[in-house]
Design a protein around this ligand. Structure first.
Ligand code: ZN
Length: 237
């Protein structure tokens, strides 16, 4: 029966026909290339510019950088999404390059016409603080106002799925794990629904130890994949 086979196929590949943009924050050689990384680039409308990128955070013991952590979670997420049938567009697949700049990170998702875009980070917060937070674009999004609602829904779903695996919203930043920002070029210039996740505070010793564990990164990738899947399913309706 053809109809039955198609139903089985759809159940096995729930993300078939969708495009997901996965942006691993920063890059491993950013810190060694300050001239390239500090150069101002467009980061919003009205001439708003910011540095191309930053080196990102690292743990206090220096063993783990945000760029390496973000890439590893991004690759784990990519595998899960591809297994579910999604086309996955990645900013980078190695951790030895420079950039790209934040405007290009938005442009990659736009060019891919991604159904959803996620930028993966870990924070460099106060050493006494811990927990995750999600960042959604501001309501006054000038480039593509239509993405504000879907992006906020996505951010809420990310928060719910991260909570569901036992993570706590960051206590040091407010917003109960969901922060709206209008100063991030990667969000301001996106024409596709997008959110950022800060998956933990690298400067907190206990959380840093957790972020180093492969099993924890797998759980994080699973939670992110679930949020993406739920959001895309809701979009289709
Ligand atoms: Zn970051």
């Amino acid at each position: 029966m053809i109809a039955e086979s198609l139903a089985v196929f759809a159940a096995a590949l729930p993300l078939a026909g969708t495009t997901v943009y996965v942006d691993a924050g920063h890059n491993g050689a950013n810190g060694a290339n300050p001239a390239a990384i500090n150069r101002p680039v467009p980061a919003g409308t009205g001439g708003f510019r910011k540095a191309c990128d930053t080196a990102g955070a690292q743990t206090n013991d220096g063993r783990l950088t945000e760029s390496a952590f973000a890439l590893d979670v991004a690759l784990r997420l990519q595998r899960r999404l591809q297994q579910a049938g999604a086309r996955v567009v990645m900013t980078r697949r190695t951790n030895d390059g420079v950039g790209p700049c934040v405007d290009e990170r938005a442009a990659i998702g736009n060019r891919a016409r991604a159904d959803i875009a996620l930028s993966i980070h870990a924070d460099g917060g106060p050493t006494g603080g811990s927990g995750f937070h999600v960042v959604a674009p501001a309501r006054d999004h000038a480039v593509a106002p239509a993405i504000v609602g879907p992006s906020l829904s996505f951010a809420r779903s990310l928060r719910a799925r991260l909570r569901a695996i036992g993570l706590r919203p960051a206590g040091y930043i407010g917003g109960d794990g969901l922060v709206v920002r209008n100063d991030l070029g990667g969000l301001n210039l996106s024409r596709v629904p997008k959110a950022f996740v800060e998956l933990g505070n690298m400067r907190n010793a206990r959380e840093a130890a957790l972020l180093e564990r492969a099993a924890h990164r797998d759980r994080l990738a699973l939670a992110l994949a679930r949020a993406i899947r739920r959001t895309l399913r809701a979009q289709k309706r």
